[in-house]
Design a protein around this ligand. Structure first.
Ligand SMILES: CC(C)(COP(=O)(O)OP(=O)(O)OC[C@H]1O[C@@H](n2cnc3c(N)ncnc32)[C@H](O)[C@@H]1OP(=O)(O)O)[C@@H](O)C(=O)NCCC(=O)NCCS
Length: 187
């Protein structure tokens, strides 16, 4: 909840589930994003760049985010207290082929393994298939990220391929797994 003088401004609950909801990111979220995406405990699982992230670069990214119609990112928030615990998004959306790449990170490790990420990814798929009319959502994940793979399987993602030793993570090369779910397979 954001307090502005005497007025209480409730965040927009754009797409709501049982325990979490998705809302657009705001500039006020910036410090939190920088904290999450410079935390090695979080970034060890992510496929993004390995160089340091600074506030300026993240602010530029955030300011440009909703100008693109190829990338759509949401904040994941808890319904019970509006706490922003992570982000999820659809990237490189192809409006002709009707597919996109899903990305997700719960940035607060205390909320891992509690089903919030799985619920948020499910909400995002629902939005992707039922509102955006996409036909396929795909993703890439490190083969060592068991929790993420289990979460994606629960949502109906199937493994399509394994890119052998594609990523260098903490001193060893790890395989990258490609998964996808089709609209016809979704609820
Ligand atoms: C990946 C992520 C989105 C999954 O969301 P989540 O809400 O934490 O997942 P869940 O709590 O639903 O757990 C998914 C499954 O993994 C299992 N699991 C939980 N912790 C685990 C662990 N440490 N190792 C292996 N499996 C684990 C759960 O038991 C569950 O399986 P089950 O339903 O068969 O019991 C979230 O953990 C996250 O953001 N992690 C850090 C960043 C990341 O990995 N992003 C994905 C990059 S591709």
């Amino acid at each position: 909840m954001v307090f502005k003088g005497a007025e209480t401004v409730r965040p927009v609950r754009f797409w709501e589930g049982k325990r979490v909801y998705l809302r657009p990111l705001e500039l006020e979220d910036l410090e939190r994003l920088v904290r999450w995406f410079t935390n090695p405990e979080v970034t060890q699982y992510l496929l993004g760049p390995r160089w340091p992230l600074n506030r300026l670069r993240e602010e530029e990214w955030l300011r440009n985010l909703y100008r693109s119609n190829r990338d759509l990112v949401f904040a994941i928030c808890l319904r019970e207290n509006d706490r922003h615990i992570g982000n999820c998004g659809l990237h490189r959306i192809s409006w002709i082929d009707r597919f996109a790449e899903l990305g997700i990170a719960i940035g607060e490790p205390e909320y891992w393994g509690k089903g919030y990420g799985t619920e948020a990814a499910g909400l995002l798929l629902d939005y992707a298939f039922r509102v955006l009319n996409l036909n396929r959502v795909e993703l890439h994940v490190f083969a060592t990220n068991e929790r993420a793979i289990r979460s994606y399987r629960k949502l109906g993602f199937q493994e399509e391929g394994r890119l052998r030793k594609r990523r260098y993570v903490r001193g060893t090369y790890v395989d990258e797994i490609v998964m996808s779910v089709l609209r016809e397979e979704w609820g």
